[in-house]
Design a protein around this ligand. Structure first.
Ligand code: GAP
Length: 479
């Protein structure tokens, strides 16, 4: 079973310290979220799993960590200054600001991709999803990049000080292509991976951590020869990512692929396939249950070429007079120089975390008939691997032994000590946050130097010698 809806996860996440509404004490800040003690661990585990899979386990990918604020020219030549827009519409009735491509037609469905929304608005065929009014303004482009100014400027609008918070981590990779390739003596095909925050001034953020203005991406640019089968490479990366998501615990039935239609492709893409997750299982209509988890795009040589100082247009004029570099690649084997083409799998940390939480959610009845929540996270993603619980917190010998066990486990796995309730309550709390094992220290432990290890999913218990505990848990965590 998976979570019945996102709201179930929102409430669990807040109650148990995964995710809190941000700036809550001042009334919040539209769709901003803070990751709590368990949320930060879960995010880190997802990111580590991705990094390990791509950067460590493969031999053809390097990692980097580039700046969030880049020279404004990066965004000029990447095309984001001119094209990174969403169509904005105002509702004259309730004053909501809406995305034109997310408006509803009278039947309640969202407008189809490529539809002439301006004409539909004038003909009163679409309505505001908040108040139902059809009195809407014409769509106008709204650039989603957050602006800031660098240094001590006299005027907030000083164009020489204008900079942006990056809307994708990808550009930091493209501008470092030659640095990485030469420093690491790489030959294509090879990839560069990066994890980091990106920012988009979304018109309609929402649905918990699914769409926010500040989010984290795990992006990889895979550089290949211009002559290879790019469209087929997209399929290969799609397949590998679907496989990776299933190793994170996502059920295959909750994943599906979407070939992005030409009219929806980003300005740099010749083909994009989105991997969708069933974030809205409660919606009756199947088509409306899905939202993008990640996208795999064929970006051609668009970015490397447009950041380079050599390429010229049809009239022989340099397309980029501001760059000081040529980001082309020299192939020693064929003695050819060219701009590598790029396959880009771009995933969101937050959307992955939400999907992982939804898929891990399950309920089970105990022998009293009470419903218990169990978060069946894959052990390597679980924020806490083992909780050490004393059966009697008023017995100093038991408490001392439990604390000593916690300390001895800490160097090899994330363990916590908890004595803030009766044992039933402590088990329930650990089940709900996805801790794979509870280790109970009881009166007998003082005699036989053994403890009870309880399994989160089966609730089965076994007796394990304290001397063997670390090895036992490490082995079972690999299952
Ligand atoms: N470099 C390509 C790129 O950024 P994208 O499809 O715009 O492509 C990639 O973004 C992924 O980043 C998305 O599939 C999603 O997982 C995540 N993402 C994008 N916008 C987001 C937002 N506003 N909130 C949360 N995650 C977002």
């Amino acid at each position: 079973m998976a979570a019945p809806n996102i709201d179930t996860i929102v409430s669990l996440a807040k109650r148990r310290g995964f995710v809190f509404p941000s700036s809550d004490i001042y009334g919040g800040l539209g769709s901003s979220w803070d990751y709590g003690p368990l949320g930060v661990e879960l995010c880190n585990n997802v990111k580590q799993s991705w990094w390990r899979w791509l950067v460590y386990e493969r031999d053809d990918i390097e990692g980097i960590d580039s700046s969030i604020i880049l020279n404004r020219m990066v965004w000029k030549y990447s095309g984001h200054e001119d094209t990174f827009h969403d169509p904005l519409v105002d509702c004259r009735e309730c004053k909501s600001r809406l995305r034109a491509d997310k408006l509803q037609v009278s039947s309640g469905e969202t407008v189809t991709a490529g539809a002439d929304v301006a004409a539909m608005i004038r003909q009163k065929q679409v309505k505001c999803p908040n108040c139902g009014s059809t009195d809407l303004t014409d769509p106008r482009p709204f650039n989603m990049m957050f602006r800031t100014t660098l240094g001590a400027v006299a005027d907030e609008d000083d164009p020489t000080a204008l900079a942006y918070l990056r809307p994708e981590t990808a550009q930091g990779i493209f501008i470092n292509f030659v640095n990485v390739q030469t420093a690491m003596r790489r030959k294509i095909p090879f990839g560069i991976a990066q994890i980091g925050k990106s920012f988009r001034n979304e018109i309609t953020p929402g649905n918990f951590i699914l769409r926010t203005r500040e989010f984290e991406q795990m992006e990889m640019e895979y550089f290949v020869h211009p002559d290879v089968e790019h469209l087929q490479l997209v399929d290969e990366w799609v397949e590998q990512y679907v496989e990776w998501f299933t190793t994170l615990g996502l059920e295959r039935v909750n994943l599906r692929l979407r070939e992005v239609p030409p009219e929806e492709l980003a300005h740099y893409s010749k083909r994009t396939v989105d991997i969708m997750y069933r974030y809205f299982p409660e919606r009756a209509e199947e088509e409306r249950q899905w939202e993008e988890l990640m996208g795999i795009a064929y970006r051609t040589d668009f970015d490397l070429r447009s950041h380079s100082n050599k390429p010229v247009d049809d009239e022989g004029k340099r397309i980029n007079p501001d760059s000081t570099e040529d980001l082309s690649y020299f192939d020693e084997a064929t003695k050819q120089r060219f701009y590598p083409h790029v396959i880009e799998p771009a995933a969101g940390v937050n959307r992955t975390v939400l999907a992982v939480l939804m898929d891990a959610y399950s309920e089970k009845k105990n022998d009293k008939g009470e419903t218990r929540v169990i978060l069946k996270l894959r052990p390597r993603l679980a924020p806490i691997k083992a909780a050490i619980l004393p059966l009697a917190k008023n017995k100093p010998e038991i408490v001392g032994m439990a604390k000593a066990i916690k300390r001895s486990l800490q160097p090899v796995l994330r363990a916590v000590y908890d004595d803030t309730g009766g044992i039933g309550k402590l088990y329930a709390r650990q089940d709900e946050i996805g801790t794979p094992f509870c280790v109970t220290v009881d009166h007998q432990s003082l005699e036989d130097e053994a403890v009870t290890v309880r399994d989160r999913d089966t609730w089965e218990q076994e007796r394990v010698k304290v001397a063997d505990l670390a090895e036992h848990l490490q082995m079972r965590l690999k299952e």
